[in-house]
Design a protein around this ligand. Structure first.
Ligand code: NAP
Length: 235
């Protein structure tokens, strides 16, 4: 897995960028030259976190589950930068490994879809014109092998079906954005030791590296794919 290393002057937005894999992705993108906006629900806390990563990282208010927030963020990015080079749809909730589909908790299922699917969808739709304006836009949907139909079985019904739907959306967005030069891929970070992943997973740096790989693909790189560590996964 190689990462193109000169990205000075480029702008990236990472949703759910205030902790976990999103925060580490922001750190790695800033390290290779990007100006990074971390999308956060709590702007004051986000600004405090952004300051720890240096002057290339700023917070922007973006609750992906709120209907108008993506349009407001797009307007802000558009007026400040006129384009967006990388969008990382990272924000997600409700990993529910011990739940059963036949005992559905509709609140959890609906909330999972509202953030993991509709959130990523509305952010992608709002920011797509700015990704197109980049000329070399990259859209990374942070997914999970839990969303792979090829290996899907019992467990995590809300989370797994939401990630499978995100994978489907990835294919459709890749097709719709192909003509605009935007590469769209779904990335599984692996099992990572975060608040969501819990103890025992691999370090966030390893999980984020595969996301940064997809964010920095060359123009002839893949689109509409599903990867972990730069290697294809079965849908
Ligand atoms: P995490 O530690 O639970 O962090 C989740 C992040 O998403 C937080 O920054 C959270 O912000 C944000 N978020 C949640 N709802 C949001 C909303 N409505 N609007 C904006 N931000 C919101 O999770 P993680 O482990 O870093 O996971 C990051 C991504 O990797 C997710 O897409 C996850 O599904 C995927 N993934 C993780 C693992 C793993 O083992 N960790 C494995 C496979 C895939 P707040 O601080 O405001 O809550």
């Amino acid at each position: 897995m190689t990462t193109n290393t000169d990205h000075s002057g480029k702008v990236a937005l990472v949703t759910g960028g205030n902790r976990g894999i999103g925060l580490e992705t922001a750190r790695q993108l800033a390290e290779i030259g990007f100006t990074v906006l971390i999308g956060v629900r709590d702007l004051a806390k986000g600004e405090t976190v952004a300051r720890t990563l240096g002057s290339a990282v700023e917070a922007i208010e973006l609750d992906v589950a709120a209907s108008e927030a993506a349009d407001r963020a797009a307007a802000e990015v558009g007026s400040r930068f006129g384009r967006l080079d990388v969008l990382v749809n990272n924000a997600a909730i409700h990993y529910d490994p011990s739940a059963q589909a036949l005992r559905p908790d509709w609140t959890v299922i609906r909330e999972a879809f509202e953030t993991n699917v509709f959130g990523a969808w509305r952010v992608a739709a709002a920011l797509a014109p700015l990704l197109g304006a980049s000329g070399h836009g990259r859209l990374v949907n942070v997914s999970s092998e839990g969303g792979s139909l090829a290996s899907m079985g019992a467990g995590a019904p809300a989370y797994s079906t939401s990630k499978a739907t995100l994978n489907a959306l990835t294919r459709i967005l890749a097709a719709e954005l192909r003509g605009a030069g935007v590469l769209v891929n779904a990335i599984c970070p692996g099992w990572v030791a975060t608040d969501m992943g819990g103890p025992g997973g691999r370090p966030v740096a390893q999980g984020a590296a595969g996301i940064v790989w997809a964010a920095t693909l060359p123009d002839d790189g893949p689109t509409g794919g599903f990867f972990r560590d730069g290697k294809r996964l079965a849908w």
